[in-house]
Design a protein around this ligand. Sequence first.
Ligand code: UPG
Length: 348
Amino acid sequence: MSDKSEPKQAVPESVLITGGTGSFGHRMVRYLLDQGSERVHVLSRDEAKQDQMRHDLGDNRIRYFLGDVRDYDSIRAAMLGVTHVFHAAALKQVPSAEFFPMQAVKTNVTGSENVVKAAEEVGVESVVCLSTDKAVYPVNAMGMTKALMEKVAQSHGLENPQAKTVVSCVRYGNVLYSRGSVVPLFINQLKAGKKITVTDPDMTRFMMSLDQSVDLVHYAMNNAEQGDLFIRKVPSCTIGTLAAAVCELFDRVPDMNIIGTRHGEKLSEQLATREELARAVDHGDYFRVTADKRQLDYTPFFEEGSKTVNTYEDYDSHTARHMDVEETKDLLLSLPEIKLERKNWGLA
Ligand SMILES: O=c1ccn([C@@H]2O[C@H](COP(=O)(O)OP(=O)(O)O[C@H]3O[C@H](CO)[C@@H](O)[C@H](O)[C@H]3O)[C@@H](O)[C@H]2O)c(=O)[nH]1
């Protein structure tokens, strides 16, 4: 099914971003201020990062709140006076969630429940929760807790048919150059004259820019109905292609050390299951997966199936369109961070 109606693109007047000092939050705050939002609340745990951001952005439309999504009162306080919430706070490192799974449960699941409940209590118009492809067929605690976050978000509308707050999710793949990710690691290795460490050159990942993730969240905010999940359509590439693209952009001959798959990693990622695609609406650049509306009626769970599901394939980074080295270089070159790095290397 495809939706040909004109999408809404309104700029929110006032927003709270949980986890607002991270890569996404930082870029989103800038975007909202550029677009003319009147008030942006940033909630995070780390006062040093808030201080840094205050110096970087220096805009009195931003208010900083120290707090934690695990602490209901701190979220509620940060929500007062805003119309929209972008919920980005999460434990999102795969290894740390493996070592401390209950910490991931507390932040990603219970914390998200707190965000949704506080939004409804305060009367916020909408909440967009940020999820990841690792929540699909999850194999690690980070993905499992994000999958549960999605269920918590969707249950809001199912349990409260009269809810004031529209809660939706967005799901996306790897954001190029995000903090601690593979591209800055490769660049640092090249800088140090070391071999680049590649887990498996045939591993595939969906790749997107931070700006594309900001657009996706903004789109969801404007176009979501209760319980919707939005997925940005993006190409994927192999890690071998990504490594080659980074080496070419920094004028180095690829010299790889193949280290093998890390704990908790999949060979490919899935952005949507075939069951989700069977009920998705095609919005051009996005899929809108509508909420499962079976309410509390157990019968359809046990007795009714769908004849269309088996006509769909999972949206998988192995079978999605693959970028070649040139296209991957173009995507990397669209990032301000890569432009700056190349300039510092005397390459641009
Ligand atoms: O030294 C390294 C490190 C990583 N990789 C590979 O590079 C890809 C990307 O790795 P990385 O940048 O560490 O990201 P992911 O482990 O895929 O996880 C990121 O991307 C997810 C979306 O899928 C987010 O949810 C996570 O928070 C974020 O850390 C993977 O195939 C890795 O196997 C290497 O080849 N060599």
